[in-house]
Design a protein around this ligand. Sequence first.
Ligand code: ADP
Length: 488
Amino acid sequence: MIKTQKKLPEIQSKLYINGEWREGSLDAKAVINPATGEQLIEVSQGGKAETEEAIQAAKEAFPKWSGMELSERVKILHRIGDLIEENIDRLALIMTLEQGKPLSEAKGEIQTNISNMHWNAEEARRVYGETIPAPNNHKYEVKKQAVGVVGAITPWNFPSNMIVRKIAPAISAGATVVLKPATNTPLSAIAIFELFEEAGLPAGVANLVMGPASEIGKALTESDDVRKLTFTGSTEVGKQLYKQSGDTLKKISLELGGHAPFIVFEDAPIEKTVNALVQMKFRNNGQACTAPNRIFVEESIKEEFTEQLKEAVKKVTVGNGLDDVTVGPLIDEAARENIEAQLADAKEKGAEILLGGERLTDGEYAKGFFFEPTLIDQVDQKMNIFYEETFGPVIPLIAFNDEEHVIEMANDSTFGLASYTFTQDLRRAEKVSRALEYGMVGVNNTGVSQAEAPFGGMKHSGLGRENGHYGINEFLETKFVHTSYFID
Ligand code: ADP
C-alpha cells in the first residue's frame, strides 16, 4: 500500500565545479522515482568540457589541500561527518525518492557515511611512513603522499555511501576529486556536495560532474592529470575503464560485481541462519554486489531449512520505500527483465519456483518497477542463474552433501567478492574460509562492510580495497627519500 506522499526537499540541480554550482552545456536530465514512475526534478548535465574544467580545478586545489595544516584538514572532515549526521532525515528521504529503498535502509546507509567520514578523518593522522635501517651517515625514509587528482565513478545501488566511501579517504589523504555519480541517482550526490560546501571544503577539492557516462569516463581516463581512478559498478564497465586507463598508467581501484555463495552446513542453527539470509538477501531488494545469490544447503537439513525459509520470505513486504515495507521497487525496467530472463532459463532447465517469480503490476504497483520476493529450488550448474549476477529479490537453493564439493561449487564463479558460511564447527569454519576464493568471508554473520575493515574482491570482482587503512592507502603514493649527512 502506497500511503505516504512526501515531496522532494529543496535541492540544487547543477554541477559543482571549483566551488560553484554551474549549469552544464548539455540538456538537463529527468530524475525518476522508481516506485511511482514520476519525475522528481531535472538535473543539469555536462560532458567532456565540464569534466576537463573540473580536473583543472582539482589540479589547482591539490597543492593547497595536501599542504594544509593537518589539524585543519581533519577539522573540516569531522565537520562534514557532523553535518551528514544533522541532515540524516533529509539525505535518507532524497535517497528513497530517487532510488526506491525503504527509508530505514536509506538511514542506515547515511549512518555508514557518518562512520566513514569520522573514521577517515582520524586515519588522516595515522598516515605513517617508515624509517629503514641505513648505512652510517645515511637516512632511508619512506613517505606517504597524496596521489593527486582522483576520478571517481559510482553506482546507483548505494548512491550515497559509494560516494562517501571514496571521497572520505581520498580527501583525508590530501587528494582532490572529480566525481561522476550514477545517472539514475544524482540527487544523493548533490545533497552530499551541498554539505561539503557548508562544511567549508575549499573550492576545487571535490567536484561534481553529471552527464553522459562514457564521455565523462573517457575524459577522466585519458587525462594525465588524473592519477587515480576509483570505480564501483559492473564488471563490464570496470574492465572497459581498466583498459582505457592503460595509456595514462593510472592507479586504479575497481569494486565490481559479485555472486556470493551462502553455505549452510547441517550443524548451523536453522532459524538464525534463515533470518540472517533473509535480512541480507532483501537488503536493497537484492540489488547489492554482496547479496547472497547462491544458497548451498546441506542435504540433511535442506527440507527443514526450505520450509522455514519459505515462511520467512512470505513475510517480506513490497511497496513504496516511504512506507513501512521490507523492500521497495527495482531500479528500472531493465532490472526486472534481467531477473525474468534468469528465471525463465532456470525453469526451462528444471528449477522449481517455490514462491514468487513474477513482476507486480496491479493497483499501486502499476507505475513502479516491482517484483515478487522469489524462492527457487533445484538450481544447478547448467543454469545461467548459477553464474550470472542476480541483482534482485531471488533466492536460489542448491543442495550439497560434502565439504569438498560445496567449496568447489562455491568457487565455480568468475566473481570473488563476498561469501558466507554458517557452521558451529570451528575447524570447518577455518578450512572453508581459507578455501573460498573471495575477498570477504562472513562466518556465521553477513557483516562484511565496516568502516575499519577492507572491502573488495578477487578475480573479476575487482582490484584494490575500500575502507580501513587499506582504503586510504589507495589514495597515497609511496616515496623513498635517501639522505646523506655529508656530501662526499
Ligand atoms: P550498474 O549495473 O551498477 O548500473 P554500471 O557499471 O553500468 O553499473 O554503472 C556504474 C557507474 O558507471 C555509473 O555511474 C554509470 O553511469 C557509469 N558508467 C557506465 N558506463 C560507463 C562508461 N562507459 N564509462 C564510464 N562510466 C560508465
